[in-house]
Design a binder for this molecule. Structure first.
Ligand SMILES: Cc1cc2nc3c(=O)[nH]c(=O)nc-3n(C[C@H](O)[C@H](O)[C@H](O)COP(=O)(O)OP(=O)(O)OC[C@H]3O[C@@H](n4cnc5c(N)ncnc54)[C@H](O)[C@@H]3O)c2cc1C
Ligand SMILES: Cc1cc2nc3c(=O)[nH]c(=O)nc-3n(C[C@H](O)[C@H](O)[C@H](O)COP(=O)(O)O)c2cc1C
Ligand code: SF4
Length: 663
């Protein structure tokens, strides 16, 4: 506990008393009904989040009008008095668990277009290319409309206070309306709301002052801003500091910092960005004399990093967004001496943002590494009624999650692993720099395999061995193997499978020019690592012949990660050959064939990395099924062929969890 003494320290934020310095950052959960009213699922979600010991929970962006301030359907709203009752239950659900309850108020601005409405609002009239693909109109606000929006915020703030929230947060970041006012990219106004950074922050300052009027100056308000967009055309660090100081003067109780913008997609940092992405921004704010407490989010996936930043004094509180979905019980586990049991978020954004950005409001917020996330209403873990002897074949994420949960429920588990615990996560985590989060996840699971009730056998399981063990149930989690292409079978020294390469990149000398055949995100990540090593990379894909152009490749990633990867690859000069296939390969180059015209072209290269999918369906499953009734197949081993069947770590973990929870 001494190790995390700063994180666990009691602290003040204005009039608020916090049990520790770990805060849940706001995350849209889409848990409201279509009228913006709080549902039982919202109560269950926030109650379970707060129960893990977080000192403050900042509830997600909540719309202030019933028109253009809302984004997707199912966004929480507080524009009418009828919505107060549900909000009051929500505030209670959080406070019952001992956390401070804050509600974030927000106008969605141009992010509205994600919800496919007709126009969005902004400081200035302009067109922008949504996702770099489709033109989208933004209509500049009149002064009367600005005043109306300020008034809407003030009324929503008052309703939040009536509902029993301990305070509110005004959302001035992540591309939403207030952030657009702050941004020179979107704000071209020549009146008092545009021009200088002081003028651009005025809209937010006036909103805060109006909320202070409606709620009283002692009602705590947190200001959320972008401290640095890391983009030459958007908010600079210097401007961020001006904005922070202007907000400080209003009497807000804390500044909640993020960074990045919609051009570079760094607001929800990717696996490819360093953890603690905005630490330099917070540090610069402190050095520039910003005195109010700073809450800092952005990739704090371990308590060690959080403690380090708090001790260095760069921030006063750490906000965890995704890590709190992966495991809301950081504080409880640390206090119980169980730091090693904290489930690490791998910053994949596949479960959380992936589902939202896929416009799939029906699914809502989920987490790849935590099947309980936002599902506590219907998923419960209880001790097994009858203790069974279970054999798990395969120590990848699917097998290890199944083993972990089955043992936790009281079963006796034997897990066979023929290579090394971690499975294909070792290939997925091929680069410390780009995929280090997956290594952290492997370490977590390996620690779990040392728990009582689990015996790991480092050996290949066969049907005979398993049957000889007289198990009550068998879970087959043997993963998938790469399809070997005719080009690899040619035996050329410059042709390698991506799978083999990812197993040990240091063992390969690929030369200067590399062609990668296959357009899934895993291959684009390999491209990024080679580009970072100074190589010239061309990606060939059969995809990419349609309307979405280059965005059709790598689309098996979550949307923010895909966009971030495409940006990073473009910055490093990646080349694409889309809607083409490899026709032949020699020691000096690759000949490509256009899928439509059949025209061929040859490009020089030193090596070809190739992937044509992976197949599961292991023989052992059918062999065991003939002899036993309780045999289950999970994870990649269910897969016919990846590419058509987009499976990943999250799918394997979920299926492992589901079986282990019902045996
Ligand atoms: C290059 C690459 C990059 C990837 N990147 C990502 C990524 O960034 N994010 C993501 O979510 N997914 C990624 N994936 C996919 C992800 O790794 C898999 O979906 C996931 O690991 C599947 O988990 P699993 O438990 O089903 O199988 P696996 O992880 O494949 O584990 C199966 C295990 O079973 C063992 N085994 C097999 N047969 C036997 C036997 N008879 N006896 C004993 N042991 C046996 C194997 O040795 C292996 O360890 C990537 C895959 C590849 C190939
Ligand atoms: C699914 C999801 C939804 C989010 N919704 C909001 C939101 O409603 N308001 C907000 O200010 N930030 C939102 N964010 C940003 C987070 O609060 C946080 O700043 C960001 O995810 C980086 O922190 P992390 O690395 O700890 O996740 C969201 C992030 C995610 C992953
Ligand atoms: S889905 Fe991925 S990024 Fe999102 S919280 Fe879970 S592990 Fe983290």
């Amino acid at each position: 506990m001494k190790q995390f003494s700063k994180l666990l320290e009691h602290a003040k934020m204005g009039p608020l008393s916090l049990d520790n310095r770990l805060i849940m950052a706001p995350m849209g959960s889409l848990n409201a009904d279509s009228n913006g009213y709080i549902t039982d699922n919202a109560l269950a979600f926030y109650s379970s989040q707060a129960s893990g010991g977080l000192s403050m929970v900042i509830v997600e962006c909540t719309a202030t009008d019933d028109n253009l301030s809302r984004g997707e359907d199912n966004v929480m709203c507080l524009y009418e008095n009828g919505q107060v009752t549900g909000m009051a239950r929500l505030a209670s659900a959080i406070k019952d668990q001992g956390a401070v309850a804050i509600l974030q108020l927000c106008h969605i601005g141009h992010q509205l277009s994600l919800a496919d409405r007709k126009e969005s609002l902004g400081p200035s009239t302009m067109f922008e290319m949504q996702g770099g693909i489709r033109p989208f109109p933004i209509r500049g606000l009149t002064i009367a409309e600005i005043n109306q929006i300020i008034d809407d915020f003030a009324k929503a703030a008052w309703r939040a206070k009536m509902a029993g929230f301990d305070g509110i947060e005004i959302h001035g970041a992540i591309g939403h309306l207030i952030n657009m006012f702050c941004s020179p990219q979107y704000n071209h106004r020549t009146d008092k709301y545009g021009g200088t950074p002081e003028n651009r922050i005025r809209f937010m300052v006036e909103i805060i002052e109006a909320c202070q009027k409606s709620c009283g100056k002692d009602f705590p308000i947190i200001g959320r801003i972008c401290g640095d967009s890391f983009d030459p055309v958007d908010i600079s660090l210097e401007e961020g500091i001006v904005h922070a100081k202007a907000l400080e003067k209003t009497g807000i109780v804390a500044l909640h910092l993020v960074g990045g913008d919609s051009n570079n997609v760094r607001v929800i940092n990717a696996q490819y960005d360093v953890r603690g992405d905005y630490i330099p921004t917070a540090k610069a704010m402190k050095e520039a004399g910003v005195k109010i407490p700073i809450i800092l989010d952005g990739g704090f996936t371990t308590p060690e990093l959080a403690e380090e930043v708090l001790r260095a004094g760069y921030a006063d509180f750490i906000g965890i967004g995704r890590p709190a979905l992966a495991d809301p019980a950081w504080i409880k586990k640390i206090k119980a001496g169980r730091r090693d049991d904290i489930i690490p978020c791998m910053r994949c954004t596949m479960g959380c943002v992936g589902t939202i950005a896929g416009f799939n409001a029906a699914i809502g917020l989920r987490c790849s590494v935590n099947p309980l996330c936002n599902c506590t209403n219907f998923r419960k873990v209880e001790p097994a009624k009858e203790k069974k002897r279970i054999c798990v074949i395969g120590g990848g994420p699917g097998g290890m999650e199944a083993a972990r949960l089955a043992a936790e429920r009281g079963h006796e588990v034997t897990l066979y692993e023929k290579r090394k615990l971690g499975g294909t996560m070792h290939e997925a985590g091929f680069s410390d720099e780009l995929k280090g989060d997956i290594k952290i996840l492997i370490d977590y699971y390996v620690r779990q395999m040392n728990k009582p009730g689990i015996t790991v056998i480092e050996d290949e399981a066969t049907a005979e061995k398993v049957l000889a063990g007289n198990y009550d149930a068998v879970i087959v989690a043997t993963g998938a193997v790469p399809v070997i292409t005719k080009f690899e079978k040619q035996g050329l020294a410059n042709v390698h499978s991506i799978y083999e390469y990812c197993g040990n990149p240091a063992a390969y000398d690929l030369g200067e020019k590399v062609v990668i055949a296959g357009g899934c995100f895993m291959n684009l990540e390999v491209a990024q690592s080679l580009l970072r090593a100074g190589k010239k990379v061309t990606v060939v894909s059969r995809r990419g012949g349609g309307m979405m152009g280059v965005m059709e490749i790598g689309d098996d990633n979550s949307s923010p990660q895909q966009q971030r990867l495409m940006i990073l690859n473009a910055q490093k000069g990646i080349k694409y050959k889309l809607a083409k296939d490899v026709a032949s390969v020699t020691e000096t180059g690759v000949t490509l064939r256009d899928l439509k015209t059949k025209a061929e072209e040859t490009i020089e290269c030193d090596s070809l990395l190739i992937c044509r999918g992976y197949t599961g369906r292991p023989k052992i499953y059918d062999e065991l099924l003939k002899e036993m009734s309780e045999v289950y197949l999970i994870g990649d081993s269910k897969m016919k062929i990846r590419c058509n069947d987009k499976r990943n770590i999250g799918d394997a973990i979920l299926e492992g969890w589901q079986i282990a929870n019902r045996i």
